[in-house]
Write a protein that binds this ligand. Structure first.
Ligand code: SAH
Ligand code: SF4
Length: 315
């Protein structure tokens, strides 16, 4: 704004920053299909955001909603950090702006961002007001529609229940991180599992279907497969039984990504296939999440930051 005085412009730059985050480090996977950035907020706390190529030759952004996470899921590196703080709505929304700028500086790459998923650091439903505001910013100012935005949640039941009657809830997709068909065994890996979790969740899926349901707004369950913990044939059969009590029709299995946590290993290829087959034979739609960016610690559950003594940040 060259019509403003130089002094005024300097004040504006300082007081109203163009973007709420500063990139500290960017990492790209060897095959170029995944990029991860470490961002610093105004208070210099660090968080991460990921850009992944999707099969339409476009990009999906995996955004963080918090720095760290209080939920403590045993297989998740973000959970091991504990919660530092929630991100502001600008800090969430600006992850999109950061990646658009990143792509603009690399004209050789496809430019279109088609999807946004809340699968980075943090539990979005614990920061629901800022998450909603960021989503509404994208819906207003970008060409990304509500069915191309997915909020993934560990399943904070009171907030899920609020969404049903919230007139401001943007009609985005919801994915529930289920991980286990039964309460006690789920609590072993997801310690925040509430009493009567499965029963209340099943009821919620029907209520959700009644309020928001249509062909494009089904609930998806995410299920991270951990060898010998939740990937046995018995667990798969129990899962089928549970799913039949819900309105959900789709399960997205996620092979466990290593986080350095002892005693937890990914299911074998054979184990994953067997698990999927049991669900498929009961007419449950199963997809498997493609693991991307493991070489830069950018896969699901790997987002955590370690600053080494030489000041270098490692994933
Ligand atoms: N807090 C939200 C969103 C962030 S985690 C949630 O839990 O859903 C995004 C997804 O990554 C979740 O489905 C989560 O269960 C999964 N995840 C976490 N750690 C993982 C790991 N080590 N390997 C594979 N998936 C993991
Ligand atoms: Fe938090 Fe999700 Fe990680 Fe659980 S899986 S600790 S809810 S970020």
């Amino acid at each position: 704004m060259t019509t403003l005085s130089k002094e005024m412009r300097e004040v504006l730059i300082k007081e109203i920053p163009w973007i709420s985050c500063t990139p500290v480090q960017t990492l790209s996977s060897k095959n170029g299909d995944t990029h991860k950035v470490v961002l610093a907020g105004k208070d210099e706390l660090l968080y991460e955001s990921v850009l992944m190529a999707n099969n339409r030759e476009q990009w999906t952004i995996c955004v963080s909603s918090q720095i760290g996470c209080a939920m403590g899921c045993v297989f998740c590196a973000t959970g091991a950090m504990g919660l530092k703080r929630s991100l502001s709505s600008d800090e969430i929304a600006d992850q999109y702006r950061f990646w658009k700028q990143f792509l603009a500086e690399r004209p050789e790459l496809p430019q279109r961002v088609s999807n946004i998923v809340f699968m980075g650091m943090g539990e979005p439903l614990v920061n629901i007001e800022n998450v909603k505001a960021a989503i509404n910013t994208w819906l207003t100012h970008t060409d990304i529609g509500p069915t191309r935005i997915t909020v993934s949640t560990v399943g904070v039941l009171p907030v899920l229940e609020e969404i049903l009657t919230d007139p401001d809830w943007p009609a985005v997709r919801i994915a529930i991180s289920l991980h286990s068909p039964e309460e006690a065994s789920r609590r072993e890996i997801v310690p925040t599992t509430a009493p009567d979790f499965h029963k209340r969740l099943a009821k919620w899926t029907h209520d959700y279907q009644a309020v928001h349901g249509n062909r494009r707004h089904h609930v998806t369950f995410e299920y991270t497969l951990i060898a010998g913990v939740n990937d046995t044939a018995e667990e798969a059969q129990k899962l089928v039984k549970f799913i039949k009590t819900t309105s959900a029709v789709k399960v997205n299995v996620i092979p466990l990504n290593p986080t350095g946590k002892e005693g937890l290993t990914a299911s074998s290829r054979d184990g994953i296939e067997k698990f999927k087959r049991i669900l498929l034979s009961s007419h449950i739609d199963v997809t498997e999440r493609k693991t991307m960016g493991q070489d830069i610690a950018a896969s699901c559950g790997q987002l955590a930051l370690t600053v080494k003594s030489d000041g270098k940040i490692v994933g």
